[in-house]
Design a protein around this ligand. Structure first.
Ligand code: ADP
Ligand code: MG
Length: 271
């Protein structure tokens, strides 16, 4: 079980960011637009889930949010400032990412990888011992304490993913961006990671394949399809059978989960 359930407050202390996407568009070339203009305001401490079929543009959108892709149109603003007008280091301090494919072998231990999350704060006042307490707290939050000294390359996919999440958490970001962070996780860790994200206190933008997870944990859901943001709103208003059929090309049945009372999704192919 992840320790955040028992309330580790050591890593709390971010100033959740207001994130504004204003007519944001992107493509590798002017002649190849991929992301159609999208305008969304993500409130401080909100958890926004991005869902959509393969190739919908979820990763492209996220790459614009962490200053990897420079928009071909529109802006991304963090607390009112265009991220391309911020110093890269200021961005790195405030925005943490968990990307889809962590490098398979850094030649570092799990604890050392997590420690990398502290680099953007290298000028912060504090002792090495103090920093290590942060690393320990993050390891504990993600259930990795026992793996701290293990070579990162020897971990399972899910353990690697949790290590990269711990690295992002130790950074105490104001905005946390995650691209399909639950991919390799078993069911318990999927639920625990989403629960952790919801309780971090920072603004979170996360792409998810699992509509039930998005529905259960997100404040709002943004649906992408064909490079367009086709809908954005509260899960109950957005994740309807009609929309799922239209954007995911499957039939969907929703009923109330007998234990949690939350919407339960079942899918089938329609001919
Ligand atoms: P998703 O994450 O929703 O699966 P992506 O954002 O990865 O979708 O991709 C959206 C579309 O843009 C896909 O068709 C993909 O092949 C294309 N694409 C993404 N990045 C590039 C790029 N750098 N150059 C050309 N095409 C790209
Ligand atoms: Mg993707």
């Amino acid at each position: 079980m992840l320790d955040h359930v028992h309330g580790s407050s050591r890593l709390v202390g971010s100033t959740p960011a207001l994130l504004e996407l204003d007519g944001l568009s992107w493509g590798p070339r002017a002649s190849k637009p991929i992301l159609q203009p999208v305008t969304v305001r993500v409130e401080p401490a909100e958890l926004l889930a991005i869902v959509g079929p393969n190739g919908a543009g979820k990763s492209s959108l996220l790459r614009c949010l962490y200053r990897y892709h420079r928009p071909t149109g529109g802006t991304v603003r963090l607390d009112g400032t265009d991220i391309w007008r911020m110093k890269p280091r200021d961005c790195a301090r405030r925005i943490a990412t968990v990307l889809q494919e962590p490098a398979s072998d850094f030649g570092l231990t799990v604890a050392e990888i997590v420690e990398l999350g502290l680099i953007p704060h290298a000028t912060r006042v504090g002792t090495a011992a103090d920093y290590y307490l942060d690393v320990e707290a993050a390891l504990s939050l993600l259930g990795l304490t026992r793996l701290a000294a293990r070579d990162f390359g020897s971990l399972s996919g899910g353990e690697k993913q949790r290590t990269m999440i711990a690295r992002a958490v130790v950074q105490r970001p104001d905005l946390l961006i995650l691209d399909e962070p639950t991919n390799h996780l078993d069911i318990r860790h999927q639920l625990e990671v989403l629960e952790l994200l919801r309780n971090l206190g920072c603004t979170v933008v996360v792409s998810l394949h699992d509509l039930a997870l998005a529905s259960a944990y997100a404040d709002r859901v943004l649906v992408m399809d064909g490079g367009r943001a086709v809908a954005c709103g509260r899960p109950a208003d957005i994740l309807t059978p009609e929309r799922i059929r239209e954007n995911f090309a499957v039939g969907a049945t929703l009923d109330d989960h007998p234990v949690t009372g939350r919407p339960r999704f079942s899918f089938h192919l329609e001919r």
